[in-house]
Structure formats: structure tokens, C-alpha cells
Design a protein around this ligand. Structure first.
Ligand SMILES: NC(=O)c1ccc[n+]([C@@H]2O[C@H](COP(=O)([O-])OP(=O)(O)OC[C@H]3O[C@@H](n4cnc5c(N)ncnc54)[C@H](O)[C@@H]3O)[C@@H](O)[C@H]2O)c1
Length: 336
């Protein structure tokens, strides 16, 4: 039995750092603070935010920890086993580099790795030079429903196609937002391409065929689709919409014998059975009981961090998988 306790510091006490953990509709824990506090092997000892109001709200709920208004003060205070970086996209590079220089035993970095590949590779170089391992919080890699979907892929025959879609009201891409990262291709698109790669065993997907581009009057891209082909010949299509008046995130994998649908609020397996509609035909029939209700997405991420530090598990979401997702998004961006 391990009885080691790992000290953790959280940089960025906003939504994913703290307040999403108060959302009653979300499966909890849903924030870094709540997930770190729930893991017995970890002690959250410090938090840091440049926004005094966010820091104060967080500190009121985390009195056991010290609060710091700057990263300089935070890093001067002590060394940490884990540093979690949950700041806005435009501060990932600077904060990740500062955190790496403080030499934690593990850096947990929010997605996307960075605003672009150049920044992402700078983080990779620094992490390698300082021998700091990095876990990227592409949280679906830790969720039990996606893990189950992955184990079911071989049961639907030969994979023919994957159709992944992200639908929201946020612009898909705008050059004007390059510096802020306030566009869905990078914001949630990183989750979509990452989890498709996970489901397919992390293939290299490159040279996309780009189609279906729709731009609004301000020049922002509101729709775009990108198609790839796997080495085994399956078509992989991503649809990004930024003019939907709802949020949708779903992936449909169709094989020669069945279909898996997985996403936000969806987890379904259908396999071929003798058709109830036509004699001599087969139809897809839903099979119940395959997917867990509770996914453990955030708790399992933090568990993976502690297991990694215990030396009992590899990281399940790495800087390399994070950068592979970023590279795909950059390829799409370059075609727009
Ligand atoms: N994994 C997920 O599903 C998920 C969900 C939401 C957000 N995110 C990611 O988490 C990150 C934060 O997003 P959010 O929605 O929590 O944003 P947010 O604006 O709610 O919180 C970010 C916090 O970081 C602080 N901050 C910014 N620069 C800082 C700096 N240099 N030093 C210290 N603090 C700094 C801000 O003051 C703010 O309180 C983004 O990268 C976002 O993409 C991930």
C-alpha cells in the first residue's frame, strides 16, 4: 500500500479550475480543485490566479491551501509534486514554461496544449529538457464510457466510417481570434479530434480533404468539414458547426456489423440482427447494458496522475497525443 501524499498547486481558479465543480447538472468532480481534493494521495496546498475575485472565491472553499496572486510568489513559496495549469488558452505557453521551470514531478496541463504548434513544441522542448512529464487534460481519455466504446470497436466488424461532429454557437475559426484562441476549432475541436484518435488507437491522420466551408459576414468560419482516410481504408469525417443554437458533441463509428454512437449524453451500441422489418434481411438493433452511467472522467484523470507518480501506470493522455490533436487542427486551419 502506498501512503505517500503528493503536494499539488493549481494555477487558474476559474471554471475548470474551480467553479464547474459547483454545477449540479455535471457529473462531479468536474473541476481540478474538487478532483484533486477527492484523491486521497494528493493534497492541494496552493492556488494561484491573477483575478483576485476568482482567487478569493476559490480560497474560501479551499482554506487548507495558500492563495497566491502571482506565479512568482507561488513558485517562491515551495516545491510541488504536481502543478496544474488551468489558465486561459492565451496564457498556456507562458504559464506552462514557468511551471516546467519550477520542476514539478508532474505537470497537468489543460487542453488545448497551446494556441498553435509553435507554442506547443516550445512547451515540449522545455518539458523534455527539464525532464518534467506532462499530462494533458483531454478528459474523455479517462472516461469509462469512451473506454468501453473503444473496447467495442472490434465487435462491429470492419470499420467503414467515423463521423464526428461538434456543434455550438461559437465561431469555428477567425484569424482575428488567433491570439485569444476564442474559436471552437481549438476550444472544443481539440477534444473531438483527440477522442477520435483515442478510439482508433492513435493513428496519424493527415492531409485532410476540406469541404463545406461557410463564413458569416464578418469573415468568421461558421461551418467546415474535414475528411481523412485511415490506413485500413475507413473514412473519418469531422463536422464543425459554429452556428448551432445548441451544443452537440458526438461520434458515430460504423462497421460492417454494427454501429457505436458516443458523445455528450449519448452512448449506444447497435449490432446486426435478423430484421424485424424484412424477411431475409439484417438490421441494426440497439443492445442495452454496455455503457456505465458514471464515467469518472475527472476523478480518473487525477487518479492517473497519482498512479503515475506511484510508478504503477503510464500517463493516459500525454503531450504527444495533445500535440497530435493540435497538429490536425492546425492543418485544417491552414486550409481555410
Ligand atoms: N477539459 C475541459 O473539458 C475544459 C473545460 C473548460 C475549460 N478548459 C480549458 O481550461 C482552461 C481555462 O478555461 P476556463 O473555462 O476555466 O477559463 P476561466 O476564464 O474561467 O478561468 C481561467 C482562469 O485563469 C486565470 N489566469 C489567466 N492567466 C493567468 C496567469 N497568467 N496566471 C494565473 N492565473 C491566470 C484567469 O484569471 C481565470 O481565473 C482553457 O485552456 C480551457 O480551454 C477545459
Amino acid at each position: 500500500m502506498q501512503n505517500k501524499t503528493y503536494s499539488a498547486a493549481l494555477i487558474g481558479t476559474g471554471r475548470i479550475g474551480y467553479s464547474l465543480g459547483l454545477d449540479k447538472k455535471r457529473e462531479q468532480p468536474a473541476s481540478h480543485s474538487m478532483a484533486l481534493n477527492a484523491e486521497k494521495r494528493i493534497k492541494l496546498v496552493a492556488g494561484c490566479d491573477i483575478n483576485a475575485e476568482n482567487l478569493e472565491k476559490w480560497h474560501r472553499a479551499n482554506r487548507q491551501a495558500k492563495a497566491f496572486a502571482t506565479t512568482e510568489e507561488l513558485f517562491k513559496s515551495q516545491n510541488f509534486d504536481i502543478i496544474t495549469v488551468a489558465v486561459n488558452e492565451d496564457a498556456h505557453l507562458k504559464t506552462a514554461l514557468e511551471a516546467i521551470a519550477a520542476k514539478p514531478r508532474l505537470l497537468i496541463l489543460e487542453k488545448p496544449v497551446a494556441l498553435n504548434m509553435s507554442d506547443g513544441l516550445a512547451i515540449k522542448r522545455a518539458a523534455e529538457a527539464a525532464s518534467v512529464p506532462v499530462l494533458v487534460n483531454h478528459e474523455r481519455r479517462f472516461a469509462k464510457d469512451y473506454a468501453k466504446a473503444k473496447t467495442l470497436v472490434p465487435t462491429i466488424g470492419e470499420l467503414q466510417s467515423v463521423h464526428a461532429s461538434l456543434m455550438s454557437g461559437l465561431r469555428v475559426y477567425s484569424e482575428k481570434e488567433e491570439e485569444t484562441g476564442a474559436y471552437s476549432l481549438i476550444h472544443d475541436g481539440t477534444h473531438l479530434v483527440d477522442i477520435v484518435r483515442f478510439l482508433l488507437d492513435d493513428p496519424v491522420l493527415e492531409n485532410p480533404n476540406i469541404f463545406g466551408i461557410f463564413k458569416s459576414d464578418d469573415g468568421a468560419v461558421r461551418n467546415v468539414s474535414a475528411q481523412y482516410q485511415t490506413e485500413q481504408g475507413a473514412s473519418v469525417v469531422f463536422d464543425f458547426s459554429g452556428r448551432s443554437k445548441f451544443f452537440g458533441f458526438e461520434i458515430v463509428l460504423t462497421g460492417t456489423l454494427g454501429r457505436i454512437s458516443i458523445g455528450n449524453g449519448i452512448a449506444k451500441l447497435e449490432r446486426r440482427r435478423s430484421s424485424k422489418l424484412y424477411t431475409g434481411f439484417y438490421s441494426l438493433t440497439k443492445e442495452n447494458g454496455h455503457f456505465p452511467k458514471k464515467t469518472g472522467y475527472f476523478a480518473n484523470m487525477v487518479k492517473n496522475a497519482a498512479d503515475f507518480l506511484d510508478g504503477t501506470a503510464p500517463l493516459k493522455s500525454t503531450l504527444d497525443t495533445g500535440l497530435a490533436a493540435l497538429k490536425m487542427l492546425e492543418d485544417i486551419k491552414e486550409s481555410l
